[in-house]
Design a protein around this ligand. Structure first.
Ligand code: FEO
Length: 162
């Protein structure tokens, strides 16, 4: 087997940790929504946390299939307290923009190493990030438009988004 290069293995292992962090960040946000009377937003973030674990597993399986070794490192503690739901969606939005940058950086490394299999695998994530940024941006707009008076309606609308 054409074993994966160390530089790519390192970048995938870094991303495995980043995806697990994303999952914990969104689950932390879900828990805050749960205890602050926003069940729709909680549902959205619990589900999104699960999706991040699926992203993590895609990287784990890919790396092991390529003759590398997926490693589970310590995960940073996510933020636990938030000012309000607007802050949550602003942070989530910013977080997804950072993830997009990480995926793009990985793509640049894979391209430089002429690892076209990894480039191909990353194409899925590039498309996924376009969707994720659009989704989180939409949720933030919904929250901002609703303001405090219509937060109940915004919460219901966000419950149906995925
Ligand atoms: Fe794994 Fe939300 O990107």
């Amino acid at each position: 087997m054409n074993k994966i290069k160390q530089s790519i293995e390192k970048s995938i292992n870094k991303q495995i940790n980043a995806e697990e962090f994303s999952a914990r960040l969104y689950k932390s946000m879900a828990s805050w929504c749960d205890v602050n009377g926003l069940p729709g937003c909680a549902k959205f973030f619990w589900a999104h946390g699960d999706e991040e674990m699926e992203h993590m597993m895609r990287f784990v399986k890919y790396l092991n299939n390529r003759g590398g070794h997926a490693l589970f490192d310590a995960v940073e503690k996510p933020q636990q307290e938030f000012k309000d739901i607007t802050e949550i969606f602003e942070l989530a939005n910013k977080h997804e923009e950072e993830v997009t940058k990480m995926i793009n950086d990985m793509y640049a490394i894979a391209e430089k190493e002429k690892d076209y299999a990894t480039c191909n695998m990353l194409q899925w994530f590039i498309a996924e990030q376009v969707e994720e940024e659009a989704l989180f941006g939409e949720c933030l707009d919904t929250i901002k438009c609703a303001g405090k008076t219509n937060i109940f309606l915004a919460d219901q609308a966000i419950a149906g988004k995925e």
